[in-house]
Design a protein around this ligand. Structure first.
Ligand SMILES: Cc1ncc(COP(=O)(O)O)c(C=O)c1O
Length: 464
């Protein structure tokens, strides 16, 4: 049965002649009357007969490869050995790397001031943005408060940048191996991901020819992670300039993931990508998580570097609009930000770096003498990648199998690099206490010695 409803104007015209009509609640005005007597129109279409609530396409296409791989692994530690997790990129888990007292005091002061309990502007308090701008401004790449957007961690910064630059069907260039979030976000937004190779034999420099070959007319963003997760590599000034040259030639803006900026070992320099760019617009994503060792505080930022005004106001306004969807950075941390940035002593940063370097050297030194393993010495960040010569470990199908069995026998968990789309490697996090690192390396050695087999051609060589 068809149901119709009519809008009745209760201004005297719709009532009896000369008598203003009254609505159901006794007031004059506009209301809906249905011809079948009901106040609300009955649904014309057939109703659902059973529950059928499905997850959205966006939810279904959201995949975190780390979870997908780790959740699929059988992780049953050897009960005779305490578990050592070298897999978690959270420097706070073992309690050996506390943040600085000045950072904590800044937070206490922000809470006690009672000034930061309300909503902040969607892009963050002006004063906090100014503090970030001052902290990162340099003569080659100056920043004003308006060039800074505060976000909920570096993750949201990355999401906003991908969101403002890309439409469904566009593609982005992502390093391989690389941080998995780029793909997780892009795919769920209908954006294609093209992986460009990093070269382990060249300390994980970009294969520039490969990267350039992937660019097409729908490439809307090039992601560069420097220093790198998972490689711990740091590009030289010369190499960054070569990357910029490719981006400039093809007019592709760069999302620079610089969450590990300034976390580089002594003797190595890592100028920001923006400071070397003359024309390529750089949207640099960073935050407090790693350098200040407080990932749970969820403070991140986007630094907009656009010297030649290539992006114009549209991209800036687009970022502001996207920031208005969900307010990002926690206001207490925003309130503390100026003091965190200005009061953290240099000695805190240096201490963290020298610990990371020392642990990396221990790990690299130990594993480089283990037959069948090929660690690559990092220059920064908090990670070290180790190649597995799979030919020498015929008992294992791949890196996932290898690392799973390492847990079973030795209770040491390293993340298989398949999680970064880079099979036959595993990643070690070097933030664990030194004695744990030493113990873990000894156990990895024992494991490898047990499973190492000479290649068949090696053994025939021996037989001759
Ligand atoms: C390269 C890289 N970018 C971004 C992030 C995310 O940072 P945040 O915790 O501030 O969201 C991480 C975290 O591990 C990372 O390694």
């Amino acid at each position: 049965m068809e149901s119709k409803s009519y809008l009745v104007q209760m201004n005297g015209v719709g009532g009896k002649a000369g008598v203003p009509a009254r609505s159901l609640n006794g007031k004059q005005g506009v209301h809906h009357v249905s011809v079948n007597g009901s106040l609300y129109p009955a649904k014309a279409k057939s109703r659902r007969l059973r529950w059928d609530v499905k997850a959205s396409d966006m939810a279904n296409s959201t995949l975190n490869p780390i979870r997908a791989i780790v959740d699929g692994m059988k992780l049953t530690p050897n009960k005779d050995k305490a578990m050592i997790a070298l897999s978690i990129g959270d420097p706070t888990v073992f309690g050996n790397l506390p943040t600085d007292e000045a950072v904590l005091q800044a937070m206490r002061d922000a809470v006690d001031s009672h000034k930061f309990n309300g909503y902040a502007p969607s892009v963050g308090y002006l004063r906090s943005r100014q503090a970030v701008a001052n902290f990162y401004s340099c003569p080659e790449a100056s920043l004003e408060a308006e060039d800074v957007i505060l976000t909920s961690g570096c993750s949201q910064a990355i999401e906003l940048v991908i969101g403002v630059l890309c439409n469904p069907g566009d593609n982005i260039l992502v390093p391989c191996p690389g941080f998995s979030l780029y793909k997780t976000l892009a795919v769920s937004m209908g954006i294609k991901v093209k992986l460009y190779n990093l070269l382990p034999e060249k300390s994980w420099e970009v294969d520039l020819q490969h990267m350039e070959s992937l660019i097409d007319e729908r490439t809307s963003c090039l992601i560069v992670t420097n220093p790198s997760n998972p490689c711990g590599s740091v590009f030289s000034r010369d190499h960054v300039q070569k990357i910029l040259k490719v981006a400039s030639k093809h007019c592709v803006p760069i999302l620079a993931d610089e969450i590990y900026s300034d976390m580089v070992f002594p003797g190595c320099s890592c100028p920001s990508i923006a400071s070397l760019s003359s024309d390529v617009p750089i949207l640099s994503c960073g935050g407090l998580a790693k350098r200040w060792l407080v990932p749970g505080w969820r403070m991140g930022w986007i630094l907009i570097h656009d010297r030649n005004d290539v992006l114009g106001s549209e991209i800036r306004q687009g970022l502001v609009k996207l920031s208005q969807r969900i307010l990002g950075a926690c206001t207490i941390v925003q309130g503390a930000l100026e003091n965190i940035l200005n009061n953290t002593p240099q000695s805190f940063y240096s201490k963290t770096i020298s610990f990371l370097k020392s642990n990396s050297e221990i790990c690299f030194g130990e594993l480089s003498t283990v037959p069948g393993l090929n660690p690559v010495m990092p220059s920064g960040a908090m990670y070290l990648m180790v190649g597995i010569d799979m030919d020498h470990f015929p008992g294992f199908k791949n890196d996932v199998d290898f690392t799973e069995q390492l847990v079973t026998e030795q209770s040491v968990f390293c993340l298989p690099a398949s999680a970064f789309e880079y099979p036959n490697f595993f990643r070690i996090v070097v933030t664990v206490p030194e004695e744990m690192m030493v113990e873990a390396c000894a156990r990895i050695r024992e494991f490898c010695q047990r499973h190492y087999r000479p290649r068949s051609c090696d053994s025939s060589d021996l037989e001759q």
